[in-house]
Design a protein around this ligand. Structure first.
Ligand code: PLP
Length: 389
């Protein structure tokens, strides 16, 4: 299989698996236990906290381990809603992930107000657009996607944070896709809260983190045994946390070489496809984009058919439409950028990792072009028949 779906989930790194294994076997202690086994598990959790903090330029005590991006996002939203009932507004982007969209829906159901900030045709949110949506003194939280999961488009987060802070609103950044694919330094971009997910950076699924700045208030979603300094109760997922820590350390070390490498391969894929299919549209091409992501609309192709053909050839990628309860909906991300449903229905997303090879990209480009041409020919044939009748 040629795996080009790293934004959905990444293959676990062998070094990460190695770091996790002892905690699944003989070293099974509960980090809250006072005996040697417990203390060893505690040290593993604290070492991982250090590794994750280093990836962000944060302090270890600002990291709270969670079950993943979705939990982290929901925790911050619910906290802000409960903490500041006199500030009923939640501001989110028009191209957020479902975790933010659904959590915002709940915010509205609880009697709050949700304001959506538009993005431009390249998928970029402009600080002026955010400024226009801010309700000074009334916004409890601004929740923004740092890098888009569908297009890879990167938000100008420093300017957006300055804009929100100028209006007195704290900022949560969904950095689930950004982490490990671009440098993140929270000393330079002072977000108040930030969400991370292990399985997008070569750790296993079901572990993540919430960064809550020392400057920012936070109270937990989950209460109970008081783990994570009372900020997230529940016995820690020690194997997952140890793996996540290792993945963060590797991502940080790997980043300087991985960024240009992934970008070169992603650009090669796009060049090959554009050379054969000049009508193809690359979304967010003129914007700052993650180096690993390519969202491409292939003319005349329908993504559902393409995905079947490519899967048969051993290529894993995804469509530009999301499947909710069995029905295909056009991507709200592409819609926010001004594209219609038909455009979205011909869109595929390819997302690489540092493990992707040039050979894989060469093969994949050829197969994508072949599949798109096949679908175009079938469509031409079908419309010819119709005309013939
Ligand atoms: N935010 C973004 C941008 C994502 O891409 C994802 C996962 O697809 C999430 C949040 C949710 O993360 P998790 O799968 O860890 O709950």
């Amino acid at each position: 299989m040629i795996y080009l779906d790293a934004n959905a989930t990444t293959p676990p790194d062998p070094e990460v698996v190695e770091a996790m294994l002892p905690w699944l076997g003989a070293r099974f202690g509960n980090p809250s236990a006072s005996h040697a086994g417990g203390r060893a598990a505690r040290r593993a959790v604290e070492a991982a906290r250090f590794q994750v903090a280093a990836l962000l330029g944060a302090e270890p005590e600002e990291i709270i381990f969670t079950s993943g991006g979705t939990e982290s996002i929901n925790s911050v939203h619910l906290f802000a809603r409960q903490e500041w009932p006199d500030r009923p507004v939640l501001v989110i982007g028009a191209a957020e992930h479902a975790a933010v969209i659904e959590s915002a829906r709940r915010w509205r159901k609880s009697g709050g107000e949700v304001r959506h900030v538009p993005v431009n045709s390249q998928g970029v949110m402009q600080p002026d657009a955010l400024r226009a949506a801010l309700a000074p003194g009334r916004a409890a939280l601004v929740s923004l996607l740092w890098a888009n999961n569908e297009t890879g488009v990167i938000a100008p987060m420093r300017e957006l944070v300055e804009t929100a802070h100028a209006a007195g609103a704290p900022v949560h950044a969904d950095a689930v896709q950004a982490a490990g694919k671009m440098p993140l330094d929270l000393r330079a971009v002072p977000v108040d809260y930030l969400s991370l997910s292990g399985h997008k950076m070569h750790a296993p699924q079901g572990v993540g983190a919430l960064y809550a700045s020392r400057r920012a208030a936070f109270r937990p979603l989950l209460v109970g045994g008081g783990q994570e300094r009372g900020m997230r109760s529940g016995t820690e997922n020690v194997p997952g946390i140890a793996a996540f820590g290792k993945a963060a350390e590797l991502a940080r070390a790997r980043l300087p070489a991985a960024i240009p490498r992934m970008r070169d391969l992603r650009d090669l894929l796009e060049q090959r496809i554009l050379a054969a299919l000049p009508d193809a549209v690359i979304h967010g091409r003129d914007a700052d984009r993650l180096p690993n992501t390519s969202s491409i609309r292939l003319p005349a192709a329908d993504a559902a058919g393409m995905l079947i053909l490519l899967d048969q050839k051993g290529i894993a990628c995804s469509g530009g439409s999301a499947c909710h309860s069995g029905a295909l909906h056009p991507s709200h991300v592409l819609e926010a950028m001004g594209f219609d449903a038909a455009h979205a229905a011909g869109t595929l997303r390819f997302s690489l990792s540092h493990l992707t090879t040039r050979e894989e990209i060469e093969t994949a480009a050829g197969l994508v072009i072949q599949a798109a041409e096949k679908i175009r020919a079938l469509k031409d044939e079908a419309s010819g028949e119709v005309i013939g009748v």
